[in-house]
Structure formats: structure tokens, C-alpha cells
Design a binder for this molecule. Structure first.
Ligand SMILES: [Zn+2]
Length: 222
């Protein structure tokens, strides 16, 4: 019962599905519980109260930090030119280039790298400083070699971006800023306010899932 008082109805939502294990998500910035039909929500809220509080704090800190940052605007064509320049540069450095590069507005990630070696870049990235922009491109290009965020992956990232942890956090903070600014500017562009699919905001109470809990990402490889 204890925790229930801390969670007013508007603070989270629950859906019951034909799933084997409970799942907790902060994908939209608000807690969503996906529960097996016979699961008790109070029990789950209580069991994961520290995880829930920690995630809420991270999201709230990012919202606060986003107020100190500013977005800049680069025209679409200039943005694509900048991205292609980074791709050429990193293709030389890494000795591998993507098969295709696509651009589109995405609601849940800054960029992604497919199994076929195609990189998709979120057009909203054009609001970010070039340093963060270049990091996103490099991150995806390292995925051409290593799909997972393992030690091999991060070692390769560290060669080019020793401050990758700061940059990862920046990307999270900027996500809120861009969503807020762009949302205000053009309501049609982004349909909903979402937290990118950082794996650390997903928790499945299933065996084998644990190894991914520490995985931080805004792309789709975890
Ligand atoms: Zn990644």
C-alpha cells in the first residue's frame, strides 16, 4: 500500500497484456506498467520503487538542464552537407562507410543503423551543436562494426570521443529542449512528447534482461 499514495493516478498508467513478465517503461517520460493479466500493480510499484524514483529524477534533471541550453537552426540542405562531411571523414578514419544514408524526422531516436549498414539520421539533429551532431554520426558508424554497446564498441567510441559520457548526457538533455522548442514552433512536426528509447528507461522483470539495464542509448540497438 505504502507507495501507492506517492503515485497519484495521473503519474502512471497500467495496461494488462498477455505477457509473461511485468515491464516498466518511461518511454514517454511518464511511467507505463505493462503487466501480465494476474499481476498486482501495487506489488510491482513497490518492488521497483527505487528504480522508478531514480528514472524520474534523471528525466527531471534533464528537463531542468535543458533550460540552460539553446537550440540553433541549420537549414535542411546545409545540415545534410554537414552530415555527409562527417560521414566521409569517419569513413576514412574507420575504413568503412554506410550503404545508404537516410534523413527523416523521428520521434524516438537521434539516429539508427540497420543490419544492412544503412544509417538514418533524425532531421531534428540539425538543432544541435556540431560537436553533438558529429558524435551521433560517429556512434552510428561504429555500429557498422559492432551492433551492441559492449566494451569493444565503447573503446572504439573513446578513441574519437573521450568525453562520450558527457555527450550522451547532452543528447538526452537536448532531446527535451528540441521537443519543447520544435513542438512550440510547429505542432505538426512532432506528434508527441517522447523520451528517446534509452534502454535504461525500460525494465523487464525477466531473466536475461539484466545485462541491458545499464545500456544507455538513443538509437535502436540494445
Ligand atoms: Zn548505439
Amino acid at each position: 500500500m505504502g507507495i501507492h499514495g506517492d503515485y497519484m493516478e495521473q503519474d502512471y498508467s497500467v495496461v494488462y497484456r498477455n505477457v509473461q513478465y511485468p515491464r516498466l517503461e518511461f518511454k514517454t517520460g511518464k511511467l507505463l506498467l505493462i503487466l501480465p493479466e494476474d499481476e498486482d500493480e501495487d506489488k510491482i510499484l513497490s518492488r521497483y520503487s527505487s528504480w522508478i524514483e531514480e528514472k524520474k529524477k534523471i528525466i527531471n534533471d534533464a528537463l531542468v538542464a535543458s533550460k540552460d541550453k539553446e537550440i540553433r537552426t541549420v537549414y535542411d540542405t546545409d545540415f545534410k552537407t554537414i552530415v555527409y562531411e562527417f560521414i566521409h571523414q569517419y569513413s576514412d578514419d574507420l575504413g568503412k562507410k554506410p550503404n545508404n544514408v537516410f534523413f527523416r524526422v523521428m520521434n524516438s531516436k537521434w539516429a539508427s543503423c540497420s543490419r544492412n549498414g544503412n544509417i538514418t539520421v533524425n532531421m531534428l539533429l540539425r538543432y544541435l551543436p556540431e560537436r553533438q551532431m558529429s558524435y551521433v554520426i560517429y556512434h552510428e558508424m561504429v555500429h557498422l562494426f559492432e551492433k551492441r554497446h559492449n566494451i569493444i564498441f565503447w573503446n572504439k567510441i573513446e578513441e574519437q570521443f573521450p568525453d562520450w559520457k558527457v555527450l550522451e548526457n547532452d543528447l538526452f538533455v537536448y532531446w527535451f529542449l528540441v521537443q519543447r522548442e520544435v513542438h512550440a514552433e510547429n505542432r505538426m512536426l512532432v506528434s508527441s512528447f517522447e523520451v528517446p528509447v534509452f534502454d535504461q528507461f525500460l525494465l523487464t522483470d525477466s531473466p536475461g534482461r539484466r545485462e541491458h539495464e545499464q545500456c544507455i542509448d538513443w538509437s535502436d540497438h540494445c
